[in-house]
Design a protein around this ligand. Sequence first.
Ligand code: SF4
Length: 217
Amino acid sequence: MEYNEEDYLMISGLQHYFFCRRQWALIHIEQLWTENVLTVQGKHLHERADDPFIREKRSSLYTVRALPVKSHEFQITGVCDIVEFSEDKEGVYIPKLEGTFRIRPVEYKRGKPKREAVDEVQLAAQVLCLEEMFAADIEEASFYYAEPKRREHIQIDQALRSQVKTVIDEMHAMFKRRHTPTVRTGPHCRACSLRNECLPKLMKTETAESYIERNLS
Ligand code: SF4
């Protein structure tokens, strides 16, 4: 089967899609991008995790950072912040590590342990990729929160798997049609890095900020 990997969806785009479908389409279909404080902070936090050359081994645990992943079945691609391979007789054989291992992706999150639904969907999408790449079963994944330095584990159950597959199908359908949804302003627009690009016609008469404030008051 032939794959056109240029059309694979970026797993990181799930954040944009859940935040605002129009924002996702502007970034991933129309290729617009503007940085704001949140995106810069996020990049800074990921700096160490995004160094693909860092690999650690402690006892029976390998830690691989910035591991590129993809799934041909779901046509998605991305980079896992951290993937842990822990030796386990019941695990899957990893030729490069010459042993059997249990696999766990760990996602870095800035700020406090406060999660939104998209965070789990994004982690589940990473799991789908890792399962396909390593022919493994992964039942659990983790978040690492910068404040305080703490881990939380989540189960990758059937409900979460179904949710991520449904969302990925919706995104593929929009991407195939090159469809950008119309503007629907809401409180989230205040934190949107693309508000000036999103509302170009309004810019002739007023700023995006005043338009958003006026429509929210
Ligand atoms: S300004 Fe609002 S409607 Fe426009 S892309 Fe951003 S969040 Fe979406």
